[in-house]
Design a protein around this ligand. Structure first.
Ligand SMILES: Nc1ncnc2c1ncn2[C@@H]1O[C@H](COP(=O)(O)OP(=O)(O)OP(=O)(O)O)[C@@H](O)[C@H]1O
Length: 251
C-alpha cells in the first residue's frame, strides 16, 4: 500500500497509509473498534477500492474490484462468521471453487478436499452439513476451504490469506487451536497472512509483525517481541486496556 486513503465521510478512515509486506510474512493488524482494521482487509480482498493511493498485490496494481477482475490475485478470506453455504455438505463447501473451475474429476476433488479437512484436524465430516457441526468445527471448515488449491497454480505462487477476528468469542483452548491453524494454514498454503484481532494471544501467536491502526494512520509497527515490550503510548494503552492514553472515543 502506498499513500492509501479510504474516505466515506468528512474524515478519512485511512489517511495516506503505506505498508509493504514481505513474502511469507504473517502480519497482525490491531487497533480499537472503528479504527479501520476491517477496511484494511476489505481493501486487500478487493471488496472495495481506495479513494486514492496505490495498492499492489504481488506486484500488480489493483484498480478493479475483485469481482470485476478476469484474473484476480490469489487472496483467500477466512471471516469471523465462517460463511459456509448451509445447503451444501462440508465436502461441497470446501471443494466449491474446484468444481466451478471444472478442471478436476469428482474423485480428484474429493481427495483434495479430504486432505485439506485432515490438515485442519477434521475427520468423517465430509458428508455432514455445516448446521450439524459446532461453531469451532465450522471455523475449521472455513480454514480447509482457504487451503484448497487451484490445480493450475505454479509452485512459486503465493496466496494472501486474510483472517478477520478468527478467535472472537472462543474459549482460550479453542483460541490456541485456531492460532496454530492460522500458522499451519499459512505455511501449508505457502502464503502470507494478515490477521485482524483484538485477542492478545492471537496477535502474539499467529503473527510475526504487528501494525497498530488509529486515527487514520498506522501509528506503530514492529515485531511481536517489540509489541510485548514497547512503550509506544498507543500499543501500551492497547496492551493494558487502560482508559488513559492517546486513544479516546472522541477521536
Ligand atoms: N461502507 C461504509 N460506508 C461508510 N462508512 C464505513 C463503511 N465501512 C466502514 N465505514 C466506517 O469506517 C470506519 C472503520 O470501520 P472498520 O470496520 O474498518 O473498523 P474496525 O477497526 O474493523 O472496527 P471493529 O474492530 O469494530 O470491527 C468506521 O467508522 C465505519 O463506520
Amino acid at each position: 500500500m502506498r499513500d492509501l486513503t479510504m474516505q466515506w465521510g468528512a474524515r478519512p478512515v485511512l489517511d495516506r497509509v503505506s505498508l509493504v509486506m514481505q513474502p511469507g510474512e504473517r502480519l497482525a493488524v490491531v487497533g480499537p473498534s472503528g479504527a479501520g482494521k476491517s477496511t484494511v482487509l476489505r481493501l486487500l480482498a478487493g471488496l472495495q477500492l481506495p479513494t486514492s493511493g496505490e495498492l499492489r498485490l504481488f506486484e500488480r496494481p489493483q484498480t478493479y474490484l475483485r469481482l470485476d477482475q478476469t484474473d484476480p490475485p490469489d487472496v483467500r478470506l477466512v471471516f469471523q462468521n465462517p460463511a459456509l453455504l448451509a445447503s451444501l455438505t462440508v465436502e461441497q463447501n470446501v471443494g466449491f471453487l474446484l468444481r466451478e473451475q471444472g478442471q478436476l474429476t469428482r474423485e480428484e476433488i474429493r481427495e483434495r478436499v479430504e486432505a485439506c479437512l485432515e490438515a485442519v484436524g477434521l475427520f468423517d465430516v465430509a458428508h455432514q452439513y455445516p448446521g450439524e457441526l459446532s461453531g469451532g468445527m465450522q471455523k475449521r471448515v472455513s480454514f480447509a476451504r482457504a487451503l484448497i488449491d487451484n490445480p493450475q497454480r505454479g509452485d512459486e505462487a503465493m496466496p494472501l490469506l486474510l483472517y478477520d477476528e478468527p478467535t472472537a468469542g472462543l474459549d482460550p483452548v479453542a483460541c490456541t487451536r485456531i492460532e496454530d491453524l492460522i500458522v499451519k494454514t499459512t505455511t501449508v498454503a505457502k502464503g502470507c497472512s494478515v490477521v485482524v484481532s483484538h485477542v492478545r494471544s492471537t496477535i502474539e501467536r499467529s503473527a510475526e509483525r504487528v501494525v497498530m491502526v488509529y486515527g487514520g494512520h498506522f501509528q506503530w509497527s514492529g515485531s511481536v517481541e517489540e509489541f510485548r515490550t514497547t512503550d509506544n503510548p498507543y500499543v501500551e494503552q492497547f496492551r493494558t486496556g487502560s482508559l488513559r492514553g492517546p486513544m479516546q472515543p472522541s477521536h
